[in-house]
Ligand binder design. Structure first.
Ligand SMILES: [Fe+2]
Ligand SMILES: [Fe+2]
Length: 195
């Protein structure tokens, strides 16, 4: 009996560790060329969440402003490539009448908050509150995309590599247009961007 229970325990442990290993080994590629559509969008989500974390720790106004401008710029580009390329493709592939429309409404709320903070001086509690609420909106939206939308998209026959190339290309174009003013917050620029 002790042997049996030891065996069970061992099996359980190895299963758990295997499961952990597998999930850790899931594809996690950089946000530029070569990533499939979902890997690219996930990398964007991760990057912006790290920027929100940096904002929470930041104290100096110049640092806060640089971070907010970076966050707003990144979110605008991300929302735009989803709206122009990803959402229409997945809406058709999934015959979706719910998730994509909801995502678009959420994008609209985020953009309205972005308009209230982008380019403004980061002064006072209200500014911090707006950044905080924006980060909460983003967190909620990202969770829905990653937990509900992306798994459904993965199960379709959509060519995610091709879609990823189109997203990367459009992202590089948009970043090229918007990079002239701010951006010294230590983040790599997309590969192959020509201004
Ligand atoms: Fe989105
Ligand atoms: Fe997204």
């Amino acid at each position: 009996m002790p042997i049996a229970s030891r065996k069970t325990a061992a099996a359980k442990t190895s299963k758990t560790s295997r499961a952990t290993k597998t999930s850790k080994a899931a594809p996690r590629r950089a946000s530029s060329a070569g990533a499939d559509a979902i890997a690219l969008l996930r990398a964007d989500h991760k990057e912006v969440s790290a920027l929100f974390e940096q904002y929470e720790k930041a104290r100096a106004a110049t640092r806060k402003k640089a971070l907010v401008d970076q966050i707003c710029g990144d979110l605008r580009v991300h929302a735009q490539i989803e709206e122009e390329i990803f959402y229409p493709a997945v809406k058709t592939a999934l015959k979706d009448r719910e998730l994509v429309p909801e995502a678009l409404v959420e994008h609209a709320s985020m953009k309205s908050l972005i308009e209230q903070i982008e380019g403004r001086a980061p002064e006072g509690e209200e500014f911090d509150a707006k950044v905080k609420v924006l980060s909460e909106y983003v967190k909620h939206h990202v969770k829905e995309e990653q937990n509900e939308l992306f798994p459904k998209v993965r199960a379709t026959r959509l060519d995610l590599e091709e879609l990823g190339q189109r997203l990367a290309q459009r992202k590089a174009e948009l970043k090229g247009e918007g990079d002239s003013s701010t951006s010294e917050v230590g983040r790599s620029q997309p590969v192959g961007v020509e201004a």
